[in-house]
Design a protein around this ligand. Structure first.
Ligand code: PMP
Length: 401
C-alpha cells in the first residue's frame, strides 16, 4: 500500500502488518477456509457452535423494554456495575462503577487508552513478540512504538531491558499476560519488579509512565495457576479486557477498561477515556451487549476442554519430534519450525491442508503459531499430518550431500 491517496500513517501501519495481511488475503487460505476437510489453526476464531446461553442472552435482550433501549450508549451503569463486582471478586481490588469504561473489545480499549494518555511524538513501549496491532495502534495516535524483547527461553519480561528503554519521552508500556503468542503468565515477582521500575521512572521524570495491561486472555489460564493482574502491582495502570476470548465470540464487540482503583486523579483519566472513546469512533459496546452483560458475565468456553486440547497437541507434536513448550494461558502453541524458514514450513503444511501462522509475522522467526480454538476432531486429523511434515524434512536432511 503506497498510494498517494492514502494517509502516510495508514501506509506505515500497513507495512507493520503486511505479513498478517498476506495471510488474511492468501488466496489458497481464503479458498480452503470453507472446506471442512482442512485443519485451520491460523487465528483464534471459533470452529464450533457458540455457547447457547450467549445466543439466548442476545435474543432476550434484543427486545426493547423502553424508548431508550437503542439510544446512544456510553458506559451504562447496568454494565459497569456487573464489571466492577466481578473485578472486586476475581482480582481482589476495590473497583467501583466509576472505574469502568465499557468498550467494544480490547482493540478499542487499547486505542482509547493510548489516545487519552499519550501525546503525538511520545513513546509507548511494548514487548515482543507482540500482538499484531500494538504498533499500528500506537502509530495511529501519532506516538512512537518502542520494542523490548522478552527473555529468551522463559518468555518472561526482561525487566533490565524495560528499564533501559524508558526515557523521559516514555508515556506508557503495554504488557500482555497471559501472552499472545507465548502463553506466558507473568509471575508476581516479575510484576513487582515492573511496578518498582515504573514507579521510580515516574518519580524521576515528574509525571506518570502508565501501564496498559492487556488482559484479553486473563480468564484462560491452565493448571489452576493463579492469575496475577499487573494492575495489582502499580497504581498508574489500566486493565484492558475483552469478552471475545473467554466466550470465543470475537465478532460481538464487548470489553472494558478498568482504571486501577488506586490511580491518582482517576476521575480525570475517566473523563479523558470517555472523550477518546467518542472521537476514535464511539468505541462503546452496542446497546444489546450492555443490556445483556449481567447474563453474559459468568459464561465461558470450556477451559478444561481447552487444556485437554493443549495437552493432546503438545504431547502429539513432541512425539512427532517437534520442540514445543506448554503454555500457561491464552490459546496458542508455538512449536519450533523444523526448518529455519517458518514461512516455507507453513507453506509445506498448507500443501497437506494444515494451515498455521508463521511466527516471523509476530517477530519470532523460526517458530509457527497454532490456535487451540480448532476442534478436537481437527486436531486428531492434523497430528499425523504434522508428523508426516517433520518426517519429510528430516528425511531430506538425512540424505547424503
Ligand atoms: N490483545 C490481544 C493480545 C489479542 O490477542 C487480541 C485479539 N486477538 C486483542 C487484544 C483484541 O481483542 P478483541 O478483538 O476482542 O478486541
Amino acid at each position: 500500500m503506497s498510494s498517494s491517496a492514502i494517509a502516510k500513517r495508514i501506509t506505515t501501519i500497513a507495512q507493520g502488518v503486511s505479513g498478517l495481511l498476506d495471510v488474511v488475503n492468501d488466496s489458497r487460505y481464503l479458498a480452503a477456509r470453507s472446506d471442512p476437510t482442512i485443519c485451520d489453526f491460523v487465528f483464534g476464531n471459533p470452529h464450533e457452535a457458540p455457547i447457547e446461553e450467549f445466543s439466548e442472552a442476545l435474543r432476550r435482550w434484543t427486545v426493547p423494554q423502553n424508548k431508550d433501549w437503542f439510544a446512544y450508549k456510553m458506559s451504562e451503569p447496568e454494565a459497569t456495575s456487573v464489571v466492577a463486582r466481578t473485578l472486586r471478586k476475581i482480582r481482589g481490588l476495590p473497583f467501583e462503577d466509576e472505574h469502568i469504561c465499557m468498550t467494544n473489545g480490547a482493540f478499542a480499549g487499547l486505542a482509547a487508552s493510548i489516545t487519552a494518555l499519550v501525546d503525538p511524538g511520545e513513546e509507548v513501549i511494548f514487548v515482543t513478540p507482540p500482538w499484531f496491532f500494538y504498533e499500528g495502534i500506537v502509530i495511529s495516535a501519532g506516538a512512537n512504538p518502542v520494542r523490548v524483547r522478552c527473555m529468551e527461553g522463559s518468555f518472561d519480561l526482561d525487566l533490565k531491558a524495560i528499564e533501559a528503554a524508558i526515557t523521559e519521552n516514555t508515556r506508557a508500556i503495554i504488557v500482555n499476560s497471559p501472552n499472545n503468542p507465548t502463553g506466558k503468565v507473568y509471575p508476581p515477582s516479575t510484576l513487582e519488579g515492573l511496578g518498582d521500575i515504573l514507579r521510580s521512572a515516574s518519580a524521576r521524570f515528574g509525571r506518570p509512565v502508565y501501564l496498559i495491561s492487556d488482559e484479553a486472555y486473563s480468564r484462560i489460564v491452565f493448571d489452576r495457576l493463579p492469575y496475577p493482574s499487573p494492575v495489582g502491582f502499580y497504581e498508574y495502570s489500566l486493565l484492558i479486557y475483552t469478552y471475545g476470548k473467554t466466550l470465543l465470540t470475537p465478532g460481538e464487540r464487548l470489553g472494558y477498561i478498568g482504571i486501577c482503583p488506586s490511580m491518582p486523579a482517576s476521575s480525570e483519566v475517566a473523563q479523558a477515556l470517555f472523550l477518546a472513546q467518542a472521537v476514535i469512533g464511539w468505541a462503546f459496546p452496542n446497546s444489546v451487549l450492555q443490556h445483556a452483560l449481567e447474563d453474559i458475565e459468568d459464561l465461558s468456553i470450556d477451559i478444561a476442554g481447552l487444556q485437554r486440547k493443549r495437552d493432546r497437541m503438545v504431547e502429539g507434536l513432541r512425539a512427532a519430534g517437534y520442540e514445543v513448550h506448554s503454555p500457561e494461558g491464552a490459546f496458542y502453541l508455538l512449536p519450533k519450525s523444523p526448518v529455519e524458514d517458518d514461512k516455507a514450513f507453513a507453506e509445506m503444511l498448507a500443501e497437506s491442508g494444515v494451515f498455521v501462522l508463521p511466527a516471523s509475522i509476530v517477530e519470532l522467526p523460526g517458530y509457527f503459531r497454532i490456535s487451540l480454538t480448532a476442534s478436537e476432531e481437527m486436531i486428531e486429523r492434523a497430528l499425523p499430518l504434522f508428523a508426516e511434515a517433520i518426517a519429510r524434512v528430516r528425511s531430506v536432511e538425512a540424505l547424503p550431500t
